[in-house]
Design a protein around this ligand. Structure first.
Ligand code: GDP
Ligand code: MG
Length: 177
């Protein structure tokens, strides 16, 4: 928002993790700027984007970090996770491998981040139903077992993107307030 006088009550750092090409950068573009690009280049340079929202009458600035092509195993540095109070762990519902890798992303996240971190498992590209390779049930079951929130999203169609981020921010707020 462009309101320079806005008083910020909280700043919450949220990290995006998951395999390359699952749609992390486009989820962030959708949430922070309501934009989407079909030919998004691998993220270069930009460390984070922000969006300010109101939760329970408090002004919360979400500072959302995006990997800069560090999705290779163990390439994400500890600085990326430092101070994070929320995480969006993203896979592509049309790429089984990206879901199979969720367990090791989770292991890395739990090893590096604060133990109270709020984690949302995100199955992105729900618009590509005909190409689905990961059932909603499988993901739901995994999320339940691992105590994660879970939603399927489409950055392209703007489905569930807002609810996914707002759920994480609201849950963080509940924990810190
Ligand atoms: P990242 O590597 O995880 O940051 O993935 P990107 O955000 O760069 O997206 C990788 C590719 O998937 C790009 O071509 C995007 O346009 C495309 N993409 C991202 N989100 C969606 C989505 O919800 N639906 C569809 N159909 N394509 C998407
Ligand atoms: Mg990216």
């Amino acid at each position: 928002g462009g309101n320079l006088n806005q008083k910020i009550d909280y700043v919450f750092k949220i990290v995006l993790i998951g395999d390359s090409a699952v749609g992390k950068s486009q989820l962030l573009a959708r949430f922070s700027r309501n934009e989407f690009s079909l030919d998004s280049k691998a993220t270069i340079g930009v460390e984070f984007q922000t969006r300010t929202v109101v939760i329970n009458q408090k002004t919360v600035k979400a500072q959302i970090w995006d990997t800069a092509g560090q999705e290779r195993y163990r390439a994400v540095t500890s600085a990326y996770y430092r101070g994070a109070v929320g995480a969006m762990l993203v896979y592509d519902i049309t790429k089984r491998q990206s879901f199979d890798h969720v367990a090791r992303w989770l292991e890395e996240l739990r090893g590096q981040a604060d133990k109270n971190i709020v984690i949302m498992l995100v199955g992105n590209k729900s618009d590509l139903e005909s190409l689905r390779d990961v059932s909603t049930e499988d993901a739901k079951e995994f999320a339940q077992k691992e105590n994660l929130y879970f939603m399927e999203t489409s950055a392209l169609e703007a489905t569930n993107v807002e609810p996914a981020f707002i759920t994480v921010l609201t849950e963080i707020y509940r924990i810190v307030s």
